[in-house]
Design a protein around this ligand. Structure first.
Ligand code: FES
Length: 521
C-alpha cells in the first residue's frame, strides 16, 4: 500500500501448529497507512516478516466471507476492517471460535456449513407451480420482508460469536435465519418441512444478540430466531419445558408458577410501600419475577430496598399488580402472551403515574426501553446500576467499609450488548474500597453469555459441559478471582448452577453487585 505511515501497530497472532498440536503466539510490528485493513496487515506480515503465517481470504471486498477472524475478541471480516478504525496500538488476532482449527488462523468451517444441509436453502414449491405464468413477481412489501435476510455471506462470524453454538446440536444463527428467510417468502410452500429441523434446538438460542451485533452485513439473525420460534409456538410444536413456562405465565402471570399473592414475600419484614395503598412515589421499583420469588435472589430485592431507604428515596412497588415484564416470553416467541403482560403493566404504570422506574433485572429494563408497546410510552426507566452509579457520583451514598476481594465482572447481555450499559456497573465496583476489579477475557461487547436469556434459564436441557454458564465460570476460574460480580438475577441463577456442575463452590462465588455493595454500607 502507498501513502504515509501513520502509526505502527503491534499484531499479536494466536497460531496453531497442527503437526505439534500446539498453540503459540507470534508478534509483529506493522506500518499502518490510511485505509490499511487487517487483511492488508496480515498480507504485509506474510510477504515481509513471516512467510509461514497461514490465513484465509479471497475476494478482499467483503463478499466471499472467507477472511473472518477474531480481532481483540470480536469476530470480524479482516478485509472489511480498517486498522485505524480499531483505534488501538496493539491488536490480538485469533481464529474464529466454535470450529476446529486447521492451521494458524484457518478453521474448518464444515460444522457451520453442515447446518445449512439440515435445512433447505431453496424455495419449496410444487413443480407445476413454477410453470404457472406470473407466479414469481412479488410486491415491494413482500420483498421487503425477507430482502435483508438474503445479505448473509456465510462468513461464520455469527457462529463464532454464538454462545449456544458450543453445542454442535444447535443450527446456529445463520442457518436459522436462512430458514426464516424462506418462511417469510410468500412463494414458499414448505412451512412444515422448514419447522421440523428447528423444533428440538431453536430453544438453545439465548437472544444474547451477539450474532446481530457482529454481522458485517447487519442481518438481524436474533430477531429471525424469534420469528422461527413464534411459528413453532403457534403450531404448538414446543417441548414440555417451554410449555410449562408459558402455561405458568398464562395462569399466574409469572414464569415461576407461584401465585401472585406470594409476590411480596421478599419484603415481609421490610416497610415497603405498595400499590394500591400508595399510588404515587418518585420511583417505581420494578422487582422482577426472579428476584421476587427465587429464594436465593430475594436477597437482591431486599438489598435494593435497603439502599433506597439509606438514600431516602421515595419509592414503591406495584406489589401483586406487578406482572412478569414479558421479555423472556417475547423472545420465546409467544407474542400474544407478551402483549397481554405488557398491557397489564402499562395500565398499572398509568395508574401509578411514576416519574421514574428502576428495575433490578436488565431484562425488564430492556423490554421497557426497546419493545413495543412499552417503548411507545417513552418510559423514564433506569437499571439499578445506572441509578446507583449516579447516586455515587453525586455523593449520595457513602461506602464506609472496605471489601478486600478480587472480583471479575460478567456483563449481562441484556444490559451490555443490548443496551450498551458497560460503565455504570464498573463504576460501582471501582468505588468499593479494597475491591480489585479484574476484566474477563471476553468482556463488554464481546462478553460471553451466561446462557439464561430467552427463557433458557428455565428450559436448559444441554449436557452440562455444553452449557454457556459452565464455559463462563471456567473462564473466571482462570483469572484466580474469588467472585464473579453480576447485575442480573438470571446470571446469578445460571452461573451458580455452573459452579455446582464444576464443584467449585468453595473456590469462587457469584455475587450481584448489590450484594457486594451491601457489605460496604
Ligand atoms: Fe472475501 Fe474478506 S476476503 S470477505
Amino acid at each position: 500500500m502507498n501513502g504515509e505511515v501513520l502509526k505502527v501497530v503491534e499484531f499479536k497472532i494466536r497460531r496453531y501448529d497442527p503437526d505439534e498440536k500446539k498453540h503459540y503466539m507470534s508478534t509483529y510490528k506493522v506500518p499502518i497507512r490510511k485505509g490499511t485493513t487487517v487483511l492488508d496487515a496480515l498480507n504485509y506480515i506474510k510477504e515481509n516478516l513471516d512467510g509461514t503465517l497461514t490465513f484465509r481470504h479471497s475476494c478482499r471486498m467483503g463478499i466471499c466471507g472467507s477472511c473472518a477472524v477474531n480481532i481483540n475478541g470480536k469476530p470480524m471480516l479482516a478485509c472489511y476492517t480498517q486498522v485505524l478504525d480499531l483505534n488501538a496500538d496493539s491488536l490480538t488476532v485469533e481464529p474464529l471460535s466454535n470450529m476446529p482449527l486447521i492451521k494458524d488462523l484457518v478453521v474448518d468451517i464444515q460444522p457451520f456449513f453442515q447446518n445449512f444441509r439440515k435445512i433447505k436453502t431453496t424455495l419449496i414449491k410444487p413443480a407445476e407451480a413454477f410453470r404457472r405464468e406470473n407466479e414469481f413477481p412479488q410486491s415491494p412489501e413482500e420483498l421487503k420482508k425477507f430482502w435483508d435476510l438474503t445479505l448473509c455471506t456465510k462468513c461464520a462470524v455469527c457462529y463464532s460469536a454464538c454462545p449456544a453454538a458450543i453445542d454442535e446440536k444447535f443450527l446456529g444463527p445463520s442457518a436459522l435465519t436462512a430458514n426464516y428467510r424462506f418462511i417469510a417468502d410468500s412463494r414458499d410452500e414448505g412451512l412444515e418441512e422448514r419447522l421440523k429441523p428447528m423444533t428440538d434446538n431453536v430453544w438453545l438460542c439465548t437472544s444474547c444478540n451477539s450474532c446481530t451485533l457482529f454481522c458485517p452485513k447487519l442481518v438481524n439473525c436474533s430477531d429471525s430466531v424469534i420469528e422461527d420460534r413464534s411459528l413453532i409456538v403457534e403450531m404448538g410444536a414446543i417441548p414440555r419445558t417451554v410449555k410449562d413456562v408459558l402455561e405458568s405465565v398464562m395462569k399466574y402471570h409469572n414464569p415461576m408458577g407461584t401465585h401472585q399473592n406470594k409476590r411480596m414475600e421478599w419484603a415481609k419484614d421490610l416497610n415497603v410501600k405498595t400499590f394500591p395503598n400508595v399510588t404515587k412515589a418518585d420511583v417505581l421499583y420494578f422487582v422482577c419475577c426472579s428476584t421476587a420469588y427465587d429464594i436465593r435472589n430475594r436477597e437482591i430485592a431486599k438489598t435494593m430496598a435497603l439502599v433506597f431507604g439509606k438514600l431516602g428515596v421515595d419509592y414503591a412497588t406495584l406489589g401483586e399488580e406487578e406482572w412478569c415484564c414479558g421479555d423472556h416470553i417475547l423472545r420465546m416467541g409467544e407474542k400474544g402472551l407478551f402483549e397481554m403482560l405488557a398491557e397489564h403493566n402499562i395500565e398499572m404504570f398509568r395508574k401509578f403515574n411514576a416519574d421514574k422506574i428502576v428495575t433490578l433485572s436488565p431484562h425488564c429494563y430492556n423490554t421497557f426501553k426497546n419493545d413495543k408497546p412499552y417503548k411507545d410510552l417513552g418510559l423514564n426507566v433506569q437499571h439499578y446500576t445506572e441509578f446507583l452509579a449516579e447516586a455515587l457520583e453525586n455523593g449520595k451514598i457513602k461506602l464506609s467499609k472496605p471489601l478486600n476481594r478480587r472480583v471479575a465482572y460478567h456483563d449481562p447481555c441484556f444490559l451490555g450488548k443490548r443496551n450498551r450499559i458497560y460503565d455504570a456497573p464498573r463504576q460501582i465496583l471501582q468505588s468499593i474500597n479494597g475491591l480489585e476489579l479484574v476484566e474477563m477475557k471476553r468482556t463488554r461487547e464481546s462478553s460471553f453469555c451466561c446462557g439464561g436469556g430467552a427463557g433458557r434459564v428455565w428450559t436448559e436441557e444441554a449436557e452440562q459441559e455444553k452449557r454457556p454458564c459452565v464455559n463462563r465460570v471456567k473462564e473466571a476460574l482462570e483469572l484466580g478471582v474469588d467472585a464473579i460480580a453480576v447485575a442480573c438475577p438470571f446470571c446469578v441463577t445460571t452461573l451458580e448452577d455452573a459452579m455446582k456442575v464444576l464443584d467449585v463452590e468453595n473456590k469462587i462465588a457469584v455475587k450481584d453487585i448489590l450484594e457486594l455493595l451491601k457489605e460496604t454500607l
